[in-house]
Design a protein around this ligand. Structure first.
Ligand code: FES
Ligand SMILES: [Fe+2]
Length: 430
């Protein structure tokens, strides 16, 4: 249980709030670069700020104020040029540093005026890594953008899935340090959703949490598992400050404002040996979270998590909760955030930020089953493998995978046999 004041510290993300200032010390993923195959400009809201994200005709990304410095028109309706974004009202042109570089009528009628110098707008750096766009909204110089080691893996199929989640980011992130929910929310609820009454999945016997440079790990032992099981020896990573890393994928909970979060996920699925060499190109799609009748979609793992998050309310009221032994990880990350917010306000570096460019080039994280993601296996084995075989039939993590992405994955795995595989599956269903 927390006081209202402490709950506010955890949940407010706007500029000038303690957590808002703290979170601005990190690069945040804000979507997939391939979204910009089909568009050039996008309206975005991040940490309570309305912004315009664009890719100009030279391929440079910009993240600038939503409003034009002239008379405040909406720049997300602007159009891009070789350099920068042009306001659609009177044609002023802004570049990725926020400088106003053209004012067409002023430049003609009054060429020596100094108006441009007064008209720069807010602008934040944007970088692309592994098909993701990352933005940094804090004080400069920005820390290095970490290239997590999985971003360097080869011969995998990469998917980026985003979802708009109508609640505060922190309750989503608490879920990243909450091992016990897996048993009930994913395993057992899925059994019940299939119409079965049991048997329920093996229960948790013990959980443990450890802090490391880039976050916390949680570990679990369930009935029937020995202590040498990688879920006990290595576990999963609550990636600081708002990520979750599970080996197969990353999830980030990016604050849109105090009551909305952008879920950004990056999936790597190793392909069989016969598919090598394969260069990933990050299929990017947006996942729906609501059914037509207004209830939340509950069939896929992350959709189930989202039901937990939004169910806690737009901003979870932590004055009314009752924490137990299963919640030790939650208490740990909250306390670390309180300490960090104070430390950064006092001028210290934020936890896990990297200033050494060499170090940022490939940052390793604990992985419970690295061979599964890195080594691959012959196609024959792959088809019968409990993880990959299932993955080939259905994308289990997020509802709404487009058929074209599903087919691209099957083709990457099975080559020319992919169409026959899909037909057989459909026949079996019918
Ligand atoms: S309002 Fe943007 S150019 Fe006039
Ligand atoms: Fe979960």
């Amino acid at each position: 249980m927390l006081s209202e004041a402490k709950n506010r510290i955890l949940t407010q993300v706007g500029p000038g709030t303690p957590m808002g200032d703290y979170l601005r010390r990190y690069w945040h993923p804000i979507g997939g670069a391939r979204e910009f195959d089909a568009k050039e400009v996008k309206a975005v809201r991040l940490m309570g700020e309305d912004l315009t994200l664009y890719k100009d005709l030279s391929g440079t990304y910009g993240l600038v104020d939503r409003h034009c410095p002239h008379r405040r028109a909406d720049l997300s309706y602007g159009y891009v040029e070789k350099t920068g974004i042009r306001c659609n009202y009177h044609g002023w042109l802004m570049n990725e540093t926020g400088a106003c570089i053209e004012q067409p009528y002023e430049d003609t009628a009054n060429p020596n005026n100094k108006l441009k110098e007064r008209c720069s707008i807010k602008a934040y750096p944007v970088r692309e890594v592994a098909g993701l766009l990352f933005a940094y909204m804090g004080p400069l110089p920005a820390p290095e953008l970490p290239v997590w080691e999985p971003f360097t893996w080869t011969n995998g199929f990469v998917e980026i899935v985003t979802a708009d989640v109508p609640c505060n980011w922190f309750q989503c992130q608490e879920n990243s340090c909450d091992p016990v929910h897996f048993e009930w929310m994913h395993d057992n609820w899925s059994i019940r959703q299939k119409g079965d009454l049991g048997p329920y999945s093996p229960s948790h016997l013990k959980v443990a949490f450890d802090e490391f440079e880039y976050g916390f790990t949680y570990r679990r032992q369930r009935v029937g598992q020995e202590e040498d099981n990688p879920m006990w020896t290595v576990g999963r990573v609550a990636l600081w400050p708002n990520g979750f890393y599970l080996g197969s994928h990353f999830e980030w909970r990016v604050p849109v404002d105090d009551e909305n979060t952008l879920s950004v996920t990056w999936f790597f699925t190793r392909l069989p040996h016969e598919s090598e060499p394969y260069t990933p190109h990050a299929h990017t799609w947006h996942g729906p979270i609501k059914q037509a009748d207004g209830r939340w979609i509950s069939s896929h793992v992350i959709n189930q998590d989202i039901i937990a998050w939004v169910g806690q309310g737009a901003i979870a009221d932590r004055t009314k909760e009752n924490l137990g032994a299963s919640d030790r990880g939650i208490a740990l990350i909250r306390n670390r955030f309180f300490d960090e917010v104070e430390a950064v306000a006092a001028g210290r570096e934020a936890k896990g930020t990297i200033r050494d460019p060499q170090k940022a080039k490939c940052v390793e994280l604990p992985i419970a089953t690295p061979k599964l993601f890195k080594d691959g296996m012959p196609r024959k084995e792959y088809l019968n493998h409990p993880y990959f075989g299932r993955r080939l039939r259905d994308f289990p993590w997020h509802f709404g995978q487009p058929t074209a992405v599903r087919d691209a994955f099957r083709e990457a795995v099975l080559g020319e046999d992919a169409a026959a595989f899909t037909q057989d599956l459909e026949k079996a269903k019918a």
